[in-house]
Ligand binder design. Structure first.
Ligand SMILES: [Zn+2]
Length: 263
C-alpha cells in the first residue's frame, strides 16, 4: 500500500499540471483491450505479452508528496508512471535529502524487485501527481522469470536508470547549478509534456541539493536569459532550445540512453 508522506514535501506548493489531451491521446495510442496505458515501457511490449500482463496491472492515482517507499521498506508494488513522476531520493542525513533519479513514463519505480532485492534503497516520492500502472512485486518476479520481452525490457531499463543515476551523481558534483536546473526542467518537461508548472524553491532545493539562495540565483540567471519565467512559484519554459543549450551535456546523455533502450 502507498504510505502518505509525513514529510516537509507534503506542504510544498508544487503541483505539476497534466495535459489532458496528451493523456487522452496516449491512452488511445497505448491502450489494449480498452485498458489505458501511456507508460512507454509497457507500450513497447508486444501485444500478446502486454495483454497477458493486463489483469495484473491496476491503474492508480499518485498524489504529490506521497511516499511510495522509504529506504529499507519492503516493496509490495512496483509503479509504471503514465503521466506522474516519481523521484528517487537518497537520505544524506536526518534533514538532508537529494534526488538521485527520476522515473516517469519511460520506466518503473521499484526496480530493486527485478534485481532480486525486496527492499527499496531510496525514498520514492511522487514529484508530479498523475496516474500509474501498479503491479505486485510477486507478479513482476513471475513475469520476469518467463525470460520474455518483459524481462529483456527491464534489463535494458536497469541500464538506462543506472546511466541516469551515475550521470546525475557526476552532474551534482561538477556542474553549475543553473545548468543542472536547466537539465532538471527539461527532464520534467519531457515527462509531463507541459511548459508551465508551479514549483517551490524549497522543493527545487531538495531536487538539486543546493540552498534556496542557490536555486533563486540559478532561476534568476535562466530568467534573465528569457529561457524561463519564474513568478510566484510558477515556472514557465519560454525557450526550450535555449534551455537545452544552457543545460550541461548530462541531459542529452540521459535522454539518448532512454530513447535507445525503448528502441
Ligand atoms: Zn550535468
Amino acid at each position: 500500500m502507498c504510505v502518505v508522506a509525513q514529510t516537509p514535501y507534503r506542504s510544498s506548493a508544487l503541483i505539476l499540471y497534466m495535459s489532458n489531451s496528451s493523456i487522452r491521446d496516449g491512452f488511445l495510442s497505448g491502450s489494449a483491450n480498452g485498458v489505458p496505458s501511456v507508460n512507454r515501457l509497457l507500450a513497447t511490449l508486444p501485444k500478446n505479452e502486454y495483454k497477458r500482463l493486463l489483469p495484473k496491472l491496476k491503474i492508480v492515482n499518485l498524489v504529490l508528496g506521497e511516499v511510495l517507499y522509504e529506504p529499507g521498506n519492503v516493496i509490495n508494488y512496483v509503479y509504471f508512471p503514465n503521466d506522474s513522476i516519481i523521484s528517487l531520493i537518497s537520505e544524506l542525513s536526518k534533514t538532508s535529502w537529494l534526488e538521485v533519479g527520476m522515473v516517469g513514463n519511460e520506466g518503473m519505480a521499484g526496480l530493486a524487485v527485478f534485481m532480486g532485492v525486496g527492499f527499496s534503497p531510496t525514498r520514492c516520492l511522487v514529484q508530479g501527481s498523475g496516474s500509474a500502472m501498479r503491479m505486485s512485486s510477486g507478479a513482476v518476479r513471475k513475469e520476469a522469470n518467463r525470460l520474455g520481452n518483459f524481462h529483456r525490457l527491464l534489463h535494458r531499463y536497469s541500464h538506462s536508470l543506472l546511466t541516469q543515476v551515475s550521470q546525475s551523481a557526476a552532474c551534482n558534483r561538477f556542474h553549475l547549478v543553473d545548468a543542472r536546473l536547466a537539465r532538471w526542467l527539461l527532464m520534467t518537461n519531457d515527462r509531463l509534456g507541459v511548459e508551465e508548472f508551479p514549483l517551490t524553491q524549497a522543493f527545487l532545493s531538495t531536487m538539486l541539493g543546493v540552498r534556496r539562495e542557490g536555486v533563486s540565483k540559478a532561476a534568476g540567471a535562466l530568467q534573465v536569459g528569457k529561457l524561463i519565467r519564474y513568478s510566484r512559484g510558477v515556472i514557465t519554459i519560454l525557450n526550450r532550445r535555449g534551455l537545452e543549450a544552457k543545460s550541461c551535456r548530462c541531459y542529452a546523455i540521459i535522454k539518448a540512453e532512454t530513447e535507445a533502450y525503448l528502441n
